[in-house]
Design a protein around this ligand. Structure first.
Ligand code: NAD
Length: 244
């Protein structure tokens, strides 16, 4: 009987950090990644290891870069021997007119939000298939379902994540590996830190629940998705307070 291990990408803050806290409290070991915030991630590791006596490996690496993901995976397998749950959470958003979107920005947004999911799934799957167990949970967005004005690249990337989730779910169902996505609405994290008070209030008025979602609510749904029958697969679950 091995102890559970979760790999969460983009865990230095926001939804990823909240998810790390949720699983650490349940005694799971974990591998956490971030792009630049090494100090934040290190502090989180210290907090979780001290409080919950788990093992946490951290990596400052770009999940959009296949070679960097492969090197994380090598270390994760050496440390833990397996990954039970992969949470593809790393992401960035940029707001602006389509005509102002440079080819470079398009590339970065697709690379970070979509290629990262390919990279991590591609690296995590061989050991999951060998063990005939594992789960993949992709953190997507309602904009991947319906598209957002001034977020064309982000919407395209998250739409790609949704389609990849459904395609991979079909391919992996015979192996008993569920693949699901959570399409978040507006969640109260630094990603929305650039909104003015007026913009935020306007958004809150649009959301039937009357407020932004909270990172722990996403973490809670991720937790529940690790407890569901593996027969539940290929689902895009909207967590948006009734918004879309
Ligand atoms: P956040 O900005 O607070 O955190 C993003 C995390 O991703 C950070 O830890 C950052 O280091 C990491 N990251 C970014 N680029 C990376 C890369 N190339 N490689 C590795 N790590 C990288 O954002 P958040 O709100 O917690 O968002 C988490 C996920 O939820 C994202 O995929 C985002 O698109 C999605 N989401 C968020 C909202 C929202 O309203 N906050 C809505 C819908 C979807």
């Amino acid at each position: 009987m091995h102890s559970n291990c979760i790999w969460i990408t983009g865990a230095s803050r926001g939804i990823g950090a909240s998810t790390a806290r949720k699983f650490a409290a349940q005694g799971w070991n974990m591998a956490l990644t971030c792009l630049h915030s090494t100090d934040l991630l290190q502090a989180l590791k210290q907090e979780l290891e001290d409080q919950f006596h788990i093992t946490c490996r951290t990596f400052t690496a770009d999940m959009g870069d296949y070679a960097q993901v492969a090197s994380c995976m090598e270390d994760i397998l050496q440390t833990f021997g397996h990954v039970d749950v992969l949470v593809n959470n790393a992401g960035i958003s940029r707001i602006g007119l389509f005509s102002d979107l440079s080819p470079g920005d398009w590339q970065t947004i697709l690379q970070t939000n979509l290629t990262s999911v390919f990279n991590c799934c591609h690296q995590a799957l061989p050991s999951m298939l060998r063990e005939k167990s594992g789960r993949i949970i992709n953190i997507s967005s309602v904009w991947g379902c319906v598209g957002a004005s001034c977020e064309a690249a982000y919407s395209a990337a998250k739409g790609g994540v949704n389609a990849l989730t459904q395609a991979l779910a079909k391919e992996l169902a015979p192996s008993g590996i569920p693949v699901n996505a959570i399409a978040c609405g507006a969640i109260d994290t630094d990603m929305n830190g650039g909104l003015s008070v007026q913009e935020r209030t306007a958004l809150e008025e649009e959301i039937p629940a009357g407020r932004f979602g909270l990172p722990w609510e996403v973490a809670d749904l991720i937790w529940h998705l690790t407890q569901t029958p593996v027969y539940l697969t290929g689902q895009i679950l909207r967590l948006d307070g009734g918004w879309i």
